[in-house]
Design a protein around this ligand. Structure first.
Ligand SMILES: [Zn+2]
Length: 288
């Protein structure tokens, strides 16, 4: 994975719009090769034939759609790490590495974390996994921009991109129903969704995720879960993600998946479209 690390770094530094120079972030010296040449000289483990490694998948989806839940369940089923860039940023912030100071500054100023830093964090995570013998991954929250997609395209093969979609009215209701217990920190959802089917689709029912009685009086709503902010989040997401979806659609790797409801309806359907339903039953039998 050291080769992959170098490749990702050189791919990023060859970009013209680097806001923060990677040389200030990376302790290892950069290779002098252009990314394309380096790729030919040193095939990275992520370029291994599909039969020699585990799946390398990407999950796309609007905030609140439940992407993390499905990505995490699938990663357990397939035995690959679920790598969420949001978690990588939070972990780095909580650490005392040189990157954490830079990150704190960016986040405190309300700025977006640059592609360079995200790629750096992802590279670090993949190298660590490689050392532990991990193979394959499910990425969640990355790539977020076409530039990020191009960077990873230059150094590793993505097999499949799953685009999770949920009706926007239902998604909005779900986001507005989110609550956190200010004592134990657990997440709940008060939204009880019972939406009439649109365009020939069946009705959609999603029960609330209610807290135990001791948490009920301690529930708080996140400050950024107002209708205005949630809608703005959708708009920003759509603006950025549509080109990423198009990027993978052109490559024939995009799998559109309309969530038919909550986890009980959606999970078996998702396994079915991924041709994993037999695999799933095998595992259940093995566990029984
Ligand atoms: Zn609680």
């Amino acid at each position: 994975m050291a080769a992959l690390t170098r490749l990702l770094r050189s791919a990023v530094t060859s970009g013209s719009t680097a806001r923060i120079s990677l040389s200030t972030l990376a302790s290892e010296p950069k290779t002098g090769f252009p990314a394309g040449l380096a790729a030919r000289l040193a095939p990275s483990p992520a370029r291994k034939g599909r039969e020699d490694r585990n799946v390398q998948w990407v999950f796309l989806g609007c905030p609140g759609v439940g992407k993390g839940t499905y990505a995490s369940r699938l990663s357990q089923l397939l035995g690959v790490p679920h790598i969420a860039t949001g978690d990588l940023v939070r972990e780095e912030l909580a650490s005392s590495g040189p990157l954490s100071l830079k990150l704190a500054e960016i986040v405190n100023q309300g700025k977006l974390v640059s592609d360079e830093i995200i790629v750096e964090l992802l590279t670090k995570r993949l190298s660590k996994g490689e050392e532990k013998g991990e193979s394959g991954f499910i990425l969640d929250g990355f790539p977020r921009t076409v530039r990020q997609a191009e960077i990873i395209d230059g150094v590793m093969d993505i097999d499949l991109v799953v685009n999770l979609k949920l009706r926007e009215d239902v998604l909005l209701e779900k986001c507005l129903g989110r609550r956190i217990c200010n004592q134990c920190g657990k997440n709940f959802n008060l939204a009880s969704i019972d939406a009439k089917g649109q365009n020939g689709q069946p009705d959609m029912y999603m029960p609330p995720l209610l807290p135990p009685s001791q948490c009920m009086p301690k529930l708080i709503t996140r400050a950024d879960d107002t209708e205005e902010v949630v809608k703005a989040r959708f708009r920003i997401y759509n603006d950025k993600s549509l080109p990423v979806e198009e990027f993978y659609r052109r490559q024939g790797k995009l799998l559109e998946f309309d969530l038919p409801g909550g986890i009980p309806e959606s999970w078996p359907k998702l396994l079915q479209v991924l041709s994993l339903d037999e695999h799933h039953e095998d595992k259940q039998l093995a566990a029984a």
